[in-house]
Design a protein around this ligand. Structure first.
Ligand SMILES: [Zn+2]
Length: 139
């Protein structure tokens, strides 16, 4: 039987991040589940909502002025598994970021699979504000 993978080190954007993902992979744990989040997440959670936790991304995209990662409290691996309330709250959080920072944010939510380029299987979203240069989401 194949062991469940919660991370995809091959999709880490930097050598440091790939090394961290290899370490997480060796534990067999999901780094975004609530009981494990503090173990590997360097940036603290800055906002707690009913369905989501929000923190600055530990590995921000190049040229991003702000790069927040939004993590559902419940372990789900696709956006389709989110409750209607969680989906609504996601856009509420985008509004909060834009009102707080007085600038537009891009909401990015890709399938949480190795093939999509995700690094963590626990679905999550990115809220990114651009600076003066175009944001690079992948190198
Ligand atoms: Zn999880």
């Amino acid at each position: 039987m194949r062991t469940k993978r919660y991370v995809f080190p091959e999709n880490g954007r930097t050598p440091e991040y790939r090394t961290q993902l290899e370490e997480i992979l060796s534990t067999g744990l999901c780094p975004f589940c609530p009981e494990n989040l503090a173990r590997w997440k360097r940036e603290p959670v800055i906002l707690e909502r009913e369905h989501w936790r929000i923190a600055h991304n530990d590995h921000p995209y190049t040229n991003a002025l702000f790069h927040l990662v939004l993590i559902p409290r419940k372990h789900v691996e696709t956006a389709r598994e989110l409750s209607p309330e969680a989906k609504l709250e996601l856009f509420d959080i985008k509004d909060w970021a834009e009102e707080t920072c007085k600038m537009p944010f891009t909401l990015i939510m890709r399938p949480s699979s190795k093939e999509s380029g995700a690094s963590v299987a626990h679905t999550h979203a990115h809220l990114v504000a651009a600076g003066a240069e175009p944001v690079i989401t992948r190198i």
